[in-house]
Every structure is written in C-alpha cells, then in structure tokens.
Design a protein around this ligand. Structure first.
Ligand code: F6P
Length: 535
C-alpha cells in the first residue's frame, strides 16, 4: 500500500501547475470521467484526476481488498471488529434477501419488523390508531445523531410526498428544542417516538421524560401515545412503552446507518409505507450496483477515490457538499455524522497509527444560498475546497420551472467558474473597459482574479424522488465504507464520542454546586461563574 500511496503522490507532483481545463483536450473526457447507476450520474471530469491517477487510485482500491471487504459486509461477516459486530444496514433494504449471522437467518425478523411498522404507520395514517383526543395530527421524533439526522434529513427532502401527520424532530438536550416544538402541539393528538438504539442516550432520555410529563398533564395514559425504536426492548418497557409499540433492530445496524429500518418510522408515517419502500428500493438498487459494477464504473468506489485523491493525495483539508436543492438542506449535516463519525479516526483496524491522514472535514449548505455566503472563500481563498454539487434535472413545482432552470444554471456555472477562473489579463481587460489605468488598474485587477483550477464533482439525478434519495444515501454510505477500507479504518465504531459523554456526567455535579473533584482550573472557574450567574 505504501508504494501505491507514494506513486499517487509522485503522480500528483508531476502534474505540477497543469490545469483541469487542459484535460478536456481529450474530447471524450466528460463522458469517460463520469459513471452512471440507475439514472444517477456522477461526473468527476472537473478534477485533476487523469487516466494515470485513476489507474493508481483503482490499484489502491484493489490493493486494499475493497471487493473482498465489500462481500464480507454484505454477507454478514463481523467486519466491525472493535465491537465484534456484523454490518448489515443493507439487509434492511433487501427485504426479499437472505442473510446469515452466527449461522442464523436474520431476514425473517427484519421482514416481520418491517411489516409491523407498515401496519402501525397505516393505522396512524388512517386514524385506526388514534390519540386520546382524536386522530394523530403530529409526530415528534425524539432522538439524536443517527436516530435523528437521517429521518429529519429525509422528511424534509421528501416534503412533496408528505401526506401523513406533521413530523417534528427534537434532538438537542437544550430545553429550547423541545419547548419550541411542543408549544405548538396538542398532546392529545400527538404521537411521540423515542428513537434510541441504546435507549440510554442522555439527551434523548431527558427529552423523552420531558415529553412524557408534558403529555401526562393532558391525557390519562401518556405511555399509550409513545413509541420506541430501539435495540434495547427491555429499557423501552421500563420506560412504560408497550411492546406492541416497540420496534427493534439488531446491533448490526449502526446508529448512523439506521434510517432504513425502525429509525425511519417517522418518515414512513409522513410519506406512507409505499413511498418508504421506494426509498428502500433506491438504496437496494445502489447496493446491487455497488456489489456488481466493476470498480472503474462503480459510483461509490469512484466517489471514494475522488475523496481520497483530494484529501489524502492533494492535501485539501475539507470538502463541501453543495446540494442545489433546498430540500436537501439537512444533507450536509447528515453527511457530517456519516463521514466524520465513521472515518474521523487516527488508529487503523489493527491498532497501529494510521499511515495517512484520516477523513476530511465535511461541510456545506444548499445552493444558491451558499453562493452569497462562503463561495467567496471557495473561489478566491488560499486553500482549495473540493466541491460536490448535487442537482436534480427537474423540481416538484412545474409552475415554477423557471426557478429550476435558474437553480441548475447556477450550479453548472459554479463548477465551470471554479475550474476556469479568471486570469489577470482578463481582469485587467475588465478594469480597462471601466476606464481604469496605471497603478489603480493593476491594483483593482488583482482583486478580480480567480485562480480557477478548483476541483468539483456533480451528482445529477432526474428528480428528488424517494427512490433517488435512497440511491443517494446508500451511495454516500458505501463511499464512506470504501474510504474506510482504503484507509484501514473501522468505519463502524465511534469511540471518539465517549470521553465527552463521560466527562459531562462528571461536570454536572460541579454546576449543581456539589463536590466534584479532578477538574482543571479553567473548567472549575467557568462552572463557578455559571453557578453565580444562575443564582
Ligand atoms: O454520538 C454517538 C452516538 O452513539 C451516535 O453514533 C448515535 O447515532 C447517537 O449517539 C445516538 O445513539 P442512540 O441511538 O443509542 O440514542
């Protein structure tokens, strides 16, 4: 592996100051550096990946045994080695399939839970399951991280399909979150979903108790309007939720990979089981593509290799995800957890130090809003930010097609502008046309230079349907997996979140003025100031 990494870095050096635009001297480049899966097109031609770089990147993937690891994942091997678990979120969207874990078929249980979710969602939606004040009008999903971001992102993304009860998402332990949500709602017609794989997460359990108290003031049996989505059925029962409303899943579904099963119940309630199944079908279609397509035509593999090229080879520290789709507003936040919780690690699977830097910082906002905020830095800042544009050819508002054309034009224009830039000569000509001369022309022109040669990729879809959303989410999941395999990381644990959680429990007594030892002077002083300000 070290040798391929070195060859990649050498290859990058040999490119020197070469420009992306020059690569288009090859008339087939736009097509040859694109791939397609079930209508989803990934164009990575506006990057410095040339044929030589692509060959080396593919060698890297082969050298890391991506194909064997991929098969191990799909077939239920315990590839999450630090937790001794299989990784089978793909099973949740392959309902007709068969998967064995520890010698036992797991799909019967998956199918049974999916059928129970479907029945429950139908009953809520048609009013046969009602609240104590009538049909359910509002659903509040209480969860955090993977028990929130997926369904929250998807519920917004699929808003045009939303014909069920209103859905709300409460995640933050900040009381403002739940207070602002509940104040608009009628407890007698609200369904509360407590979404927590472990059913111990302090934010979720605190919010769940607050919601139960709120409901208890208005209805005789608050527990009857609670649902639990969890791997810990016993803990849900202790909380007072009847087992008929507990939807479980196994430990081989990681939190940030869990929206395909019970954690997706709020989405299913919002858009109907049929639409939810289309979302699953989109994920399954991407799975089939990932499992079957050759590496050089494989979207998740190519997306991963582009990521590796930009971060580990070129050294660009961050990547921006820029959906030109307002309803994908929460996708960057969703991907932050997916990518950074999965691959933000410094130790390889075998316990050794990572040989290369780990995953990049992922961030973003929808276009065109971002253009009027941070694109300044993307175009003219000193550090390139590889941009990942996402665009649908058509929206859901036929009467507003002219908006969509403008949206798409902006997306394509940004990727073109990033690549082309504007030279000093062009900037000087612009200033001269405005009548400037001499030193003032020189000075003003320099500010108007765009270095260009800034890489971007474009993911193009026909329309943001449930199926397409499923494809996109599964695409990014597998991208993270492939990057993790190449880096030698276990993408499925998250030990890095533990220390802060433990310390929060130890800081709490300090804030309450109870004896708490072992804190540093800064923390003690700040806690003291908070105590006085609250007194
Ligand atoms: O923050 C760590 C984490 O464990 C995430 O991985 C997970 O998605 C989130 O907390 C919520 O966990 P749970 O579903 O167990 O409440």
């Amino acid at each position: 592996m070290t040798e391929i990494w070195n060859r990649l870095k050498d290859h990058r050096k040999t490119q020197g100051e070469a420009r992306i635009e020059a690569l288009f001297a090859d008339p087939s480049r736009a097509e040859a550096f694109s791939a397609e899966a079930d209508g989803l097109v990934f164009d990575y031609s506006k990057t410095m990946i040339d044929a030589g770089a692509r060959d080396l990147l593919l060698d890297l993937a082969r050298g890391a045994d991506v194909e064997a690891r991929r098969e191990a994942m799909f077939t239920g091997a315990k590839i999450n080695e630090t937790e001794g678990r299989a990784v089978l979120h793909t099973a949740l969207r392959n309902l007709a399939g068969s998967v064995m874990v520890d010698g036992a078929e797991v799909m019967d249980e998956v199918r049974a839970t999916h059928a129970r979710m479907t029945d429950f969602a139908r009953a809520v939606r048609d009013g046969s399951f009602a609240g104590q004040g009538g049909a359910i009008t509002d659903v509040v999903n209480i969860g955090i991280g993977g028990s929130d971001l997926g369904p929250a992102m998807a519920a917004l993304a699929l808003a045009p399909y939303h014909d069920g009860p209103r859905t709300h998402f409460v995640s933050n332990v900040d009381g403002a979150d739940i207070a602002d949500t509940l104040k608009e709602l009628d407890p007698a017609t609200t369904l509360v979903i407590v979404a927590s794989k472990t059913f111990t997460t302090i934010e979720t359990m605190t919010n769940a108790r607050t919601a139960r108290d709120w409901m208890g003031k208005a209805v005789a049996d608050p527990g009857a309007q609670f649902v639990a989505l969890s791997s810990a059925a016993g803990k849900a029962a202790e909380f007072g939720i009847d087992e008929s409303r507990v939807f479980g899943f196994e430990d081989w579904v990681g939190g940030r990979y869990s929206m395909w099963g019970p954690i997706g119940l709020s989405l299913m309630l919002a858009v109907a089981p049929e639409r939810f199944d289309e979302f699953l079908a989109g994920g399954a279609a991407m799975d089939a593509h990932f499992r079957g397509a050759p590496l050089e035509a494989n979207l998740p593999v190519l997306l991963a290799l582009v990521g590796i090229w930009h971060h580990q080879v070129c050294g660009y520290p961050t990547r921006a995800v820029l959906p030109y789709d307002n309803r994908l507003m929460r996708l960057p936040a969703y991907l932050q957890q997916l990518e950074m919780e999965s691959n933000g690690k410094r130790v390889a699977m075998d316990g050794s130090d990572l040989a290369v830097v780990s995953g990049p910082v992922v961030w973003g906002e929808p276009g065109t809003n971002g253009q009027h905020a941070f694109y300044q830095l993307i175009h003219q800042g000193t550090v390139p930010v590889p941009c990942e544009f996402i665009l649908a050819a058509k929206g859901h508002e036929p009467d507003l097609a002219h908006h969509h054309i403008l949206l798409a034009a902006n997306c394509l224009a940004q990727s073109e502008a990033l690549m082309r830039g504007r030279s000093l000569d062009e900037a000087r000509a612009l200033m001269a046309a405005k009548g400037l001369t001499g030193a003032e022309l020189d000075r003003q022109a320099r500010h108007r230079v765009f270095p260009g040669n800034r890489p971007s990729t474009t993911l193009l879809l026909e329309q943001l349907t449930p199926f397409a959303l499923g494809q996109i989410v599964a695409l990014y999941e597998h991208r993270v997996f492939v990057e993790g395999v190449i880096l030698g990381i276990n993408s499925f644990d998250q030990w890095g979140v533990e220390l802060g959680k433990e310390l929060a429990l130890k800081v709490e007594p300090l804030l309450k003025g109870e004896a708490a030892e072992g804190h540093d002077p800064s923390t003690e002083r700040l806690a003291g100031m908070i105590r006085s300000l609250r007194a």
